[in-house]
Design a protein around this ligand. Structure first.
Ligand SMILES: Nc1ncnc2c1ncn2[C@@H]1O[C@H](COP(=O)(O)OP(=O)(O)OP(=O)(O)O)[C@@H](O)[C@H]1O
Ligand SMILES: [Mg+2]
Length: 264
């Protein structure tokens, strides 16, 4: 099982879109995929028609039952997505209270990691969506992840946001005592605008070696797919955006194989 987390403290950069698109591509390739929604806003859960205001079995139950010392089998919290090979562990609005109520005491930083360990034989890939803020949810996602994906919108303000994100990442990995392999993913690239071409040039210069060499183009089909509640690859397999996410999957899978060979 490989666990990939999409994260960036900046909002609206394509985290949820990246999770749904990569999950869709992997599921189409016959991989068993679990998507985990760690965002209290629940955009990923909404995408698949679940309402985070309902008291559904969700990620929240994992944390609550852990804090009560009555751990729950994560299998019981998994929902069908309606698409082949694609399952979802949803979020609920109650997740916002997690920080205040439970914090990071008594191993609360590793709840997701332990839960995913129990599902190790059931899935080939886990894709985690995170909220645009630093807290116990992001810490859990990082502690569980083999790879961190950092979508960055190709515009000038995004560069500042990314620096902040990298500082946070350094802080968190230090406190977790583990490094996390990360890949910067330029998103919403519009080659007709100077802002896109110039910020992509700067990103490549600054994050050389840690940035995916291609980019996700701006593509209105993502919005159409989300309106239809269908993962983009299942919605329109040949759209420009989906083709880009397919080549990102190829890159990440090859890159993971190289990293694990190095680690052996
Ligand atoms: N490559 C793209 N081209 C066009 N639209 C896109 C693209 N990627 C994402 N979008 C759209 O941009 C909006 C924001 O994307 P998304 O929800 O994935 O960002 P996010 O980082 O998860 O946001 P948040 O921080 O609020 O959770 C959505 O409406 C989505 O459909
Ligand atoms: Mg999101």
């Amino acid at each position: 099982m490989e666990i990939w987390t999409a994260s960036n403290q900046k909002g609206g950069v394509g985290k949820t879109t990246t999770v749904v698109s990569l999950a869709g591509v992997l599921a189409q390739a016959g991989k068993r995929v679990l998507m985990v929604d760690m965002d209290p806003h629940g955009s990923l859960s909404c995408y698949f028609g679940l309402d985070p205001d309902d008291e559904l079995p969700s990620v929240y139950d994992l944390f609550e039952r852990f804090s009560l010392k009555q751990p729950l089998a994560p299998k019981n919290l998994v929902h069908q997505s309606g698409f082949e090979n694609l399952h979802l562990l949803p979020s609920t609005t109650a997740l916002v209270t997690l920080e205040k109520r439970m914090g990071l005491k008594g191993g609360m930083g590793r709840v997701l990691k332990m839960a995913m360990n129990e599902l190790r034989d059931d899935y080939d890939y886990v894709l985690v969506d995170t909220p645009p803020l630093l807290g116990v949810l992001l810490i859990n996602a990082l502690a569980a992840s083999d790879k961190l994906l950092i979508p960055v919108q190709t515009e000038f303000l995004a560069m500042k946001g990314l620096e902040r994100m990298m500082n946070t990442l350094r802080m968190l990995t230090q406190s977790l005592g583990q490094g996390v392999d990360y890949t910067v993913i330029p998103t919403m690239y519009d080659r007709r605008t100077h802002a896109s071409t110039e910020s992509l040039r700067l990103l490549r210069q600054q994050y050389h070696g840690s940035i995916w060499p291609a980019m996700i183009p701006i593509d209105t089909k993502f919005r159409d797919a989300s309106k239809a509640g269908v993962p983009p690859p299942q919605f329109l397999s040949s759209s420009r955006g989906v083709r880009a996410y397919r080549s990102l999957v190829k890159y990440l899978v090859t890159h993971s194989a190289e990293t694990s060979q190095q680690a052996v």
